[in-house]
Write a protein that binds this ligand. Structure first.
Ligand code: 3H9
Length: 674
């Protein structure tokens, strides 16, 4: 039986009905001796149909179909190619054998959707792998290549070709027969090893509800009769599936895929890119070069500082070797990538580049000088990209005679690790540049998001509004550690003041100084960061910023100097410092993000609301399980959002711009799954 529901053969209701009918036919027709389950197209089965999750379940249900496969008197073998994930792997686990191609990927990624496997995965997997491995795999959602899964006992055979033939051969072999996994015993393991696996999974999974539930139910595999444990699994699955956390994770799953879609007028053939020149051999430029090398591009890294260039070249070669040693890329790819790297200390070096990405100092004059050189040295039709994070793309493009070739490609640091890429169109960017930038991003295995040209694009603009609101809260009465703790409790990877100390306060200080002349004196301005910098407190690198870092470790609270600076700022503004609760802090910080998000949508800086969530989750440590600021706002009662907007309007005072909540809260078809 071949499952055909392209593109990924999700197990939607018609597929389930057809699968059950096929099993019934196999059971009832005497001339049929066994069954092979295959997937059509590029993959076996990617799991249950996530789009059905927001709706009531429709029969037949997967657990019932899998029970029918196990109780069918004839053997059934699963032939796996592409991906066998979630319900797809559970289907394979309900069969009597599993045969796969080496490129097959298997896993139970349900926790990444805020749920647990709901069709026997928590009970069948540990019977094959043992509890410790099952806890690790189910709680992380890790996906394994076929060979690794075979070694763990999840697969019976890995064949290099003729998957279908191999599955039929298995049915005709002496070993063919009924081998229901549910009838197996879970292999014995030391209780302390199981406890260790449990603790590690809780730590890595931040004790999210799905992780906690998964551990409880997986452990039942060795203690509770199969049918009873299966019922517990199903109950936990259904409860989790209905939770706001699961809805948020589904939202971001679809939002990530939606972000790749361009409006009709921009869906053009991307310009061909084979050679990429990166200008600037600093951390950012080197990270971009590494990404491009790994993706198979010929890379020219240019810097006029020959010492820095040589150092960066050596580091790139070492990084490629290290990644090969860690198994992230093959040795052959690493060697071949090294050969594709050229170092250049003069502009003539970029003549062959199809795409040039500048990653030089964030200063308009410096960027102008680079773009003037690009005008002279880049070949006609080359894409001229800037990695600026704040500057105006059009102002940068003004330095060239080919404004139509200029595009923003805003990478996040470290550029070879972070998946997010903002692709920024300027007013004069040619209409094929968006498609070119998006295709280039995808080829680097990144998550490209299209943005319009405006201060800070999507991410930095929202983060700036959030950080500014946190600074207001400092002046109003909260200490840095209280604000950080509140936002970390909400789920941010780090609070804003810890982030600031980590990235260095001097960068923001310089930027503030550069913009000081344009600042309207009536706008609320918190001078704390400037005061810290004037005292040489630049953050972690100077062992002092908003916090002290004696011995490299952060002190428990802010010290007296910091408190005095903050208290003085409050006094100067005539504020009687008052307590802000954790909830006050969280709501003010979030509504500041939401307000900015609404403006970004109105100004069409973002194509769609869900793109904003993708940017914040992937670039700024916003908790994925909340789904992003837009998803958060849509879960709130409107009257509280309005109240919070009033609060930040009053706190901000002069110049506050109130975003249009209607545009933000309006659900569009990108939200079909949540
Ligand atoms: C589950 O199984 C629960 C069980 O325990 C059962 C309980 C009873 N459903 O990612 P792509 C769409 S939970 C519906 O771009 P790729 C996707 O939106 C499930 N739609 O392709 C996209 O649509 P569009 C556990 C799905 O080649 C299109 O397919 N399984 C599903 O880069 C192509 O997707 C998972 O979590 C789905 N399950 O990657 C696996 N999956 O074209 C989720 C995909 O309209 N899937 N779509 O944008 C994946 O990880 C990747 O899709 C996969 C292919 C690796 C398979």
């Amino acid at each position: 039986m071949e499952i055909s529901n392209l593109p990924v053969n999700a197990l939607s209701q018609p597929v389930r009905a057809a699968l059950l009918a096929a099993v019934e036919r196999l059971t009832s027709e005497p001339e049929l001796r066994g069954g092979v389950i295959l997937g059509a197209g590029r993959t076996f089965v990617a799991g249950a149909d996530i789009k059905e999750f927001g709706k009531p379940s429709l029969a037949p249900l997967l657990p019932d179909i899998f029970a029918a496969i196990e109780s069918c008197p004839k053997p059934v073998v699963a032939a796996l190619h592409g991906a066998a994930l979630g319900g797809g792997l559970e289907l394979a686990l309900a069969c009597d054998a599993r045969i796969a191609l080496p490129s097959t990927v298997v896993g139970l990624p349900e926790v990444t959707l805020g749920i647990i496997p709901g069709a026997g995965g928590t009970q069948r997997l540990p019977r094959l792998t043992g509890l410790t491995t099952a806890i690790r795999l189910i709680c992380s959602g890790e996906q394994l290549k076929a060979e690794a899964a075979h070694r763990l006992g999840m697969l019976d055979e890995v064949v290099v070709e003729d998957l279908q033939g191999a599955a039929i051969a298995w049915l005709n072999s002496a070993q063919a027969g009924k081998r229901p996994v549910s009838a197996m015993r879970v292999p014995e393991e030391a209780p302390e090893d199981i406890a260790k696996a449990e603790q590690a999974a809780l730590r890595a999974g931040k004790s999210r509800p799905a992780v906690v539930a998964a551990i409880t139910v997986v452990k039942e595999a060795s203690s509770t009769p199969f049918a009873e444990a299966l019922a517990h699994e199903r109950a936990a699955f259904l409860t989790l599936r209905a939770s706001p956390e699961a809805a948020a994770l589904r939202h971001i799953f679809f939002a990530e895929r939606e972000a790749a879609r361009l409006p009709a007028d921009l869906q053009q053939t991307p310009r061909p890119i084979r050679t990429v020149a990166v200008i600037g051999a600093g951390t950012m430029g080197s990270g971009i070069a590494l990404s491009a090398l790994e993706a198979g591009y010929t890379v020219i890294l240019l810097d006029q500082n020959t010492e820095l260039l040589a150092k960066s070249g050596d580091k790139l070669r070492t990084q490629l070797q290290e990644r090969a040693q860690a198994g992230k890329i093959s040795t052959a790819v690493a060697q071949e990538a090294q050969a594709r790297l050229t170092l250049a200390d003069g502009w003539a070096g970029i003549a062959l580049a199809d795409l040039v990405i500048e990653a030089v100092f964030e200063d308009l004059a410096v960027k102008h000088e680079v773009f003037r050189q690009l005008d002279t040295h880049a070949k006609p039709g080359a894409v001229l990209a800037t990695n600026t994070s704040y500057l105006d793309i059009d102002a940068i493009a003004a330095a060239t005679k080919r404004r139509e070739d200029v595009l923003g490609l805003h990478f996040f640091s470290p550029a070879h690790v972070m998946k997010l890429l903002e692709v920024v169109r300027g007013a004069h960017s040619a209409s094929d540049l968006a498609a070119t930038g998006m295709a280039f991003g995808k080829s680097l295995k990144k998550l490209p998001v299209l943005c319009g040209n405006g201060f800070g694009f999507i991410g930095n603009r929202i983060y700036n509004a959030y950080r500014t609101q946190c600074e207001f809260m400092l002046e109003d009465g909260a200490w840095p550690e209280e604000i950080d703790a509140a936002l970390e409790a909400f789920g941010f990877a780090m609070g804003p003041f810890s982030v600031a100390d980590l990235s260095g306060l001097d960068i923001a200080w310089r930027m503030r100084q550069a913009r000081a002349s344009t600042r309207d004196p009536r706008t609320r301005y918190v001078p704390v960061l400037d005061e810290l910098c004037e005292r040489g407190r630049f953050g972690r690198k100077t062992c002092a910023g908003y916090y002290n870092y004696a011995d490299g470790k952060r002190s428990a609270g802010s010290d007296d100097v910091v408190r005095a600076i903050i208290s003085e700022a409050s006094a100067k503004r005539g504020i009687a410092r008052h307590v802000l609760t954790t909830e006050d802090i969280q709501r003010r910080a979030l509504i500041a993000m939401v307000n900015e998000a609404a403006q970004i949508l109105t100004e069409a800086i973002a194509q769609r609301a869900s793109d904003i969530d993708v940017v914040l989750v992937h670039g700024y440590g916003f908790p994925r399980w909340v789904g992003g600021p837009v998803q958060w706002a849509r879960e709130q009662e409107r009257k509280y959002l309005e109240r919070d907007l009033d609060i930040i309007a009053a706190a901000t005072g002069f110049g506050f711009v109130r975003g249009d909540l209607d545009i933000l809260l309006k659900k569009t078809n990108e939200d079909n799954a949540s």
